[in-house]
Design a protein around this ligand. Structure first.
Ligand SMILES: Nc1ncnc2c1ncn2[C@@H]1O[C@H](COP(=O)(O)OP(=O)(O)OP(=O)(O)O)[C@@H](O)[C@H]1O
Ligand SMILES: [Mg+2]
Length: 225
């Protein structure tokens, strides 16, 4: 049996091509980083493999900690490809547009984000396309190419701020959307206790991150950024 069998292209973006298929018979995704024509080929290869290695390393680390991320099954740095578990779900943007979801949805999104932050990882690109919702209504975060290890409050606050801006712009009809996300965000610490010690120290508490988000929002309101 061939390990990977491709079936259908799901996505062709500026950075990556995503194909669905199967890997040893299991539903899988092949993500291939695209070369960027305008960069020198050597530099391009270097940057591409750096971002990919980052995505792989941090996704595997988070999976080990029990975070909601797809399992990574195979990688080929030379080819710029990752084979991972296919999440059976829909992007948050579509779920919100469909208006068919239960009250826990945004709560669960907040919990998934807090799971990252508890383990000192900033996602770096929290758009409603990078948050997948499975059939149980739980959130799985994908696309970790811009994720970083973080210990300063500011990075975590900005992660939340990015999502807040997107929710505000594309789903203004959903009142208190961010309040729901933040309630889930804080609730995870109440359920799990203090964040575990990470390699670079103690990540900040959920409540402190929410306070920082409020500061960032005030800053943006007065100074526009
Ligand atoms: N593990 C997965 N399971 C299910 N769907 C996935 C998975 N990974 C990616 N996808 C789908 O493919 C889309 C693009 O993947 P991803 O977000 O990782 O690429 P990208 O880096 O955003 O690409 P670009 O920046 O070029 O748009 C996702 O929005 C999602 O719909
Ligand atoms: Mg994406």
């Amino acid at each position: 049996m061939e390990a990977w069998i491709g079936a259908q292209r799901l996505h062709l973006g500026a950075e990556a091509e995503v194909i669905s298929g199967s890997w040893f018979g299991r539903p899988a995704i092949l993500k291939k980083r695209k070369p960027r024509g305008w960069r020198h080929p050597d530099l391009d290869k270097h940057l591409t493999s750096k971002r990919m290695t980052n995505e792989i390393k941090l996704t595997i680390w988070l999976a080990e900690m029990g975070a909601p991320v797809p399992a990574i099954w195979d990688v080929d740095i030379e080819e710029g490809t990752i084979i991972m578990e296919q999440i059976d779900g829909k992007p948050l943007i579509e779920v919100l547009q469909s208006k068919q979801y239960d009250d826990k949805l945004l709560h669960n999104v907040g919990k998934a984000i807090r799971f990252f932050h508890r383990n000192a990882i900033c996602h770096g690109d929290l758009s409603t396309n990078n948050i997948l919702i499975n059939s149980d209504g739980n959130a799985i975060l994908i696309d970790l190419g811009l994720a970083t290890r973080e210990y300063e409050l500011e990075g975590f606050g900005i992660d939340l701020h990015v999502l807040h801006e997107i929710l505000r712009a594309s789903h203004p009809n959903i009142e208190n959307a961010m309040d729901e996300v933040l309630a889930g965000y804080v609730e995870l610490d109440e359920e799990m206790g203090q964040a575990p010690e990470a390699p670079g120290g103690q990540p900040p508490s959920a409540k402190d991150v929410v306070k920082r988000l409020e500061q960032i929002m005030r800053r943006v309101r007065y100074h526009g950024g």
